[in-house]
Design a protein around this ligand. Structure first.
Ligand code: 3PG
Length: 323
């Protein structure tokens, strides 16, 4: 008999996608075989940098089986200074505004009781700031620490020599493959002026279509070829091993990943919009991704009780904070 948990199911608010029940996908996600040495080398480096991390125990013990499930949280960065100026940003590296900082902290509150064992983010400061600010709100109080594997010296000079400290840390992996899509000759241009110059339809096509790139830039399809490949090769294996993952990235690199997770077609992804700083929650179980919309608040029971193991984890944190 499943253990009774304090947090009872309530309907999740703020579904980002079509309202209604969660959508799980029967497709078993097999990790593509990696042939390139650099790829294996990078995979080993990631495994090495987080192998010490024991997945936060989240297992359901019930009559039928002890199934392990893991959580995936996706967050688009908070508002950036160029978002505020309505400029195309792409791969330009600009920081958050104060509002973006507040959005990141609010996002952190909303996921503050959901387990995070490893964080993936892009090479761009607005996504890295969002990840680090969000984690200041987490009740587990582990320290996110950016992993530097870019050279042998970087690895040596950033070595942590305390097992206890290592166990109290969350590795943060930065990857250019998660960068925002490169907006080419639109980067730095004002979106409204660009629409006046090229026409609203053309700019909408560049911004939201799947396979039409902006001038000298990436289409969403081109972006997904790097972002989704990275997700499959480096992030999915972590989920499969039971680790709970937070990905802090960008509007389009995340749209391409969600297109993969939700099996959206090129028309559906055109209609997919991601707000800045809103966390999206998925449960990964037996190779399937179950979309759970966006947690509205840290106390929202629905986030924890729709998956009993999350509810148990929530209670463990409550007990930790009372001890
Ligand atoms: O790169 C940008 O300008 C924004 O991050 C996303 O822009 P978009 O909403 O036009 O894709």
């Amino acid at each position: 008999m499943a253990a009774a948990v304090k947090y009872q199911p309530t309907r999740l608010l703020g579904h980002v996608f079509a309202p209604g029940s969660s959508r799980s996908f029967g497709r078993s996600l097999s990790m593509p075989s990696a042939s390139r040495n650099t790829h294996h080398h990078k995979l080993n480096l990631i495994h090495a940098s987080i192998s010490h991390v024991d997945p936060t125990p989240l297992s359901i013990s019930d009559d039928s089986s002890t199934e392990t499930e893991s959580t995936l949280i996706l967050i688009r960065h908070g508002e950036s200074l160029w978002n505020e100026k309505n400029l195309f940003t792409g791969c330009c590296d600009v920081p958050l505004t104060m509002r973006g900082v507040e959005e990141a902290i609010e996002a952190g509150k909303r996921i503050s009781y959901i387990p995070v064992d490893v964080i993936f983010t892009s090479k761009l400061i607005r996504a890295q700031m969002t990840a680090m600010l969000a984690m200041t709100q987490h009740h587990r109080k582990k320290v996110p620490i950016i992993i530097h594997n870019e050279s042998e010296q970087a690895k040596t000079w950033t070595q942590v020599y305390s097992e206890k400290t290592t166990k109290q840390s969350i590795p943060v992996i930065t990857a250019w493959q998660l960068n925002e899509r490169m907006y080419g000759e639109l980067q730095g241009l004002n979106k409204e002026e660009t629409a006046e110059r090229y026409g609203k339809e053309k700019v909408y096509e560049w911004r939201r279509s799947f396979d039409i790139p902006p001038p000298q830039g990436e289409s969403l399809e081109m972006c997904s070829q790097r972002a989704v490949a990275y997700f499959k090769d480096f992030i999915e294996p972590q989920l499969r091993s039971g680790k709970h993952v937070l990905v802090a990235a960008h509007g389009n690199s995340l749209r391409s990943i969600i297109m993969y997770l939700e099996k959206l077609n090129s028309q559906e992804v055109t209609n997919l919009e991601l707000s800045t700083g809103i966390p999206l929650l998925y449960i990964y179980k037996e190779g399937n991704f179950i979309s759970r919309g966006s947690p509205v608040g840290p106390t929202e029971a629905g986030v924890y009780a729709f998956s009993q193991s999350l509810a148990v984890y929530r209670e463990q944190l409550d007990e930790m904070s009372h001890n």
